[in-house]
Design a protein around this ligand. Sequence first.
Ligand SMILES: [Zn+2]
Length: 302
Amino acid sequence: MKGLLTKDYFYDAEKAREYLEKMRWSNGVVCPHCGSLEAYKLEAKDGSKNPVRNGVYKCKSCRKQFTVTVGTIFEDSHIALNKWLMAIQLLCSSKKGMSAHQLHRMLGVTYKSAWFMAHRIRYAMTQPPVVGKLQGIVEADETYIGGKAHGKRGRGAENKTPVFALVERGGKVRTFKTKTVTAKNLQEKIRENVDKKAIVMTDEFLAYKGLDAEFEHHTVNHGAGEYVNGNDYTNTAEGFFSLLKRGINGVYHHVSEQHLDRYLAEFGFRYDNRKVDDAVRCGLTLGQTEGKRLTYKVHSEV
Ligand SMILES: [Zn+2]
């Protein structure tokens, strides 16, 4: 963690606002209400008794006022913006994520606030609607998250939620929470997300049977102790799952099925952006905070 939080905008709300303005409006101020580029900063008039809040702009077109947080996950939050930036930095740079307990201690906010902040940040990390399909070699695999720690393991385990992943070797991951792992469910996801010219790698699980009618499909026979056969393996997907499980079991301890999608988004986001440094990953998250105002029934608590 050393050197991670050295910037002044992590400690000063005013500096944090200026930093967010610079990131969000790098090509000039944009009105979040109407999209106009004609806006000006409100300044207190000489001798005026009414002070103007810092960072308030007024649009020349629609005449509405706004600040840089309007239309972002930070809107309406009573948590200081510098603490938000700190939380984003911490979540972007911790490989296995960071618990609400640790955020609560590091940020000096209540546990409840820390939990909702992390939840909103995960929401920002959610991949934008998918464009284009996965290419090259794509590994497909499923795993089970949650449930009893010592219950039955593997496929069909009780109280566990199946998660299906498609990992482009050397590229991006797409994860899906599913109700059941059936040939219909898994193959539908493959068809929707994988390019017809890609090579699909799976293990010998029956749900993948028949894929070779549509794709070049290679399998490794885990049941027979085979894990790597030349270029045929699913170790990349297993590596992603291993990190996901270490995070969910070791850091978050318990993740309800209801919120699992958000955690998948968090781990997927860090995986997809694993080749850039923490500062860039943090900037990418900030870029995705727009248009994601959470209309959460308890959002006013944060
Ligand atoms: Zn406007």
